[in-house]
Design a protein around this ligand. Structure first.
Ligand SMILES: *Cc1c(COP(=O)(O)O)cnc(C)c1O
Length: 388
């Protein structure tokens, strides 16, 4: 049997949904984008939702709209997808890494305050793998120091912090619709914000800085006259083809989240007695969305002294699982260990020991909507039989 790490599952109706914009001739950021944004706001409780081309452009646009620029510093968790750090570089800023908590894989808030300098402008907490970062202390520290907060909620669909959907705490929240995420539009992203002026600026910046969208112009009295451009913006517009696909999936949003939670619950139960596999944390007040199912392989206590040994054992285990047809991945990467950041900032693995340990000892198991009982049983059996 072959079990992939993830598989997209679209209904026939969702697949058919892309035909309407193709037939209407309105392909780019039109009525379907507006509809998807409204559905997104309704589901997350955000005041404004602004569709863009990816989570990376959502993060980039958020920083640009907040006036982040050369010389400014942004605090980024050392264990995340590289895009969280890259957008800071794109705008000429400096990335200041903060280590993570190995229990949650999220920003260690006890180390946050000491990263702040006179140049710090923004904190970029990540709700990694669908578990919310500890937003209350993060927001407190940000307010006390006059810092902006841009939430990387790429994996945050269905993730809640004390009942409130992630992406609605900071100045903006940024979501991804890459096929590895719970809702997909191929490529795509969404920005959420509660700030009216910021929302207006984000809408202009994604669309060449235009004061009016094409849809507004076409619905207006003089559709043949062009808009003014108060900003030098970008082209980060989502297509109506993508938005039709995203909007169609929102009809079963609650079911998509519930199914991932059901599958994770079965893994939790089956693996609960295994001392050598630490399954995703359950934290009071947090609802996990399970974008993935990241575990820590711990055949011995994880520490700087054992990381290299465990890493080799983990990789060999991944080989055995792959031979059995089961795809796994390291949960994500420690960005400070990647060549660009290591060389530019002169960093060593041990500078952020928990991110290093997560990089070398984590393993994500297959979890996706549409995973059959037989597939999940096959994964469980092989995980238990092949690990040590
Ligand atoms: C997927 C992901 C991104 C990038 O999303 P794209 O839509 O592919 O640009 C950024 N941050 C995190 C944490 C992610 O998981």
């Amino acid at each position: 049997m072959n079990v992939p790490i993830a598989r997209t599952s679209l209904t026939e109706e969702e697949i058919q949904s892309v035909l309407a914009p193709l037939r209407s001739g309105w392909l780019v950021q039109g009525p379907k984008v507006r509809e998807f944004e409204e559905l997104w706001s309704a589901f997350t409780g955000a005041k404004h939702s602004i569709a863009v081309t990816s989570c990376t452009t959502a993060l980039h646009l958020s920083l640009a709209a907040l006036g982040f620029g050369p010389g400014d510093e942004a605090i980024v968790p050392a264990f995340t997808w590289i895009a969280t750090a890259n957008v800071v570089e794109h705008l000429g800023g400096k990335v200041v890494f903060c280590d993570i908590d190995l229990n949650t894989f999220n920003l260690d808030v006890t180390q946050l305050a000491e990263k702040i300098t006179s140049r710090t402008r923004v904190i970029l907490p990540v709700h990694l793998f669908g578990l919310a970062a500890d937003m209350e202390p993060i927001m407190q520290i940000a307010r006390k120091n006059g810092l902006a907060v841009v939430e990387d909620a790429a994996c945050g669909f269905g993730s809640r912090y004390r009942g409130q959907h992630v992406g609605t705490f900071g100045d903006t929240g940024c979501f991804s619709f890459h096929p590895r995420k719970a809702i997909t539009t191929g490529e795509g992203g969404m920005i959420t914000t509660g700030d009216d002026a910021l929302a207006a600026k984000l809408r202009r910046l994604r669309d060449h800085g235009a004061a009016m969208t094409d849809l507004q112009r076409h619905l207006g009295a003089r559709p043949y006259l062009l808009a003014d451009h108060p900003d030098a913006g970008y082209n980060q517009r989502m297509t109506d083809i993508q938005a039709a696909l995203g909007g169609a999936q929102m009809a079963r949003a609650a079911e998509i989240v519930a199914e991932r939670q059901r599958l994770a619950g079965i893994y939790d139960k089956e693996f609960s007695a295994l001392g050598w596999l630490k399954t995703p944390a359950h934290i009071d007040g947090l609802t996990h969305g399970y974008q993935s199912y990241p575990c820590l392989f711990q055949p011995e206590i994880v520490s700087p002294a054992s990381v290299v040994r465990i890493n080799e054992a983990r990789n060999n285990w991944m080989d055995r699982l792959q031979k059995a047809g089961i795809s796994t991945r390291p949960a994500t990467h420690a960005v400070h260990m990647l060549t660009f950041y290591r060389e530019k900032y002169g960093l060593r693995s041990e500078d952020f020991p928990n991110a290093w340990a997560a990089n070398d000892c984590s393993i994500s198991l297959p979890l996706f909507h549409g995973m059959s009982d037989a597939e999940q049983r096959y994964v469980i059996q092989n995980v238990i039989e092949t690990a040590i």
